[in-house]
Design a protein. Structure first.
Length: 125
């Protein structure tokens, strides 16, 4: 296990490094491999919008990823992996579904409450 690390504390609005070990016991990622590191990968909102548009017209995730990689000049310039794209789509859909499910239940209970039903609605919002 690599022992390189830096520990930082925040005291009175100032950051203070209180432990630093710069030595790595492994080879660092080369510039041609750095795009595989999680810290260097992020799908932007514009990229996500393109993926969602492609999905809406029936283009597969693989075809969308391949096209975006070609437009970027290769996967190393894209900024994310196919798995990142799939995970982002899934998490966004899950959030929308959860909000929709919760919102639907709350709306139903509020309507029942307005109509005089003895429904007690506790909602933190």
């Amino acid at each position: 296990m690599c022992q390189a690390r830096m520990k930082i504390s925040l005291t009175d609005g100032l950051y203070c490094i209180y432990e630093f070990e710069p030595e790595h016991n492994h080879i660092l990622a080369s510039s041609s491999q750095v795009h595989h590191l999680r810290s260097q990968r992020k799908i932007t909102e514009a990229q996500l919008a393109s993926v969602e548009n492609a999905k809406a017209v029936g283009i597969s995730n693989k075809a969308t990823f391949d096209l975006m990689a070609k437009e970027a000049g290769g996967v190393e310039n894209l900024g994310f992996t196919r798995e990142d794209m799939k995970n982002k789509l899934y998490s966004k859909r899950s959030l929308q579904t959860n909000y929709g499910d919760t919102g639907g239940v709350l709306e139903y209970l509020e309507i029942k409450n307005i109509r005089g039903w003895e429904v007690f609605l506790f909602h933190s919002g």
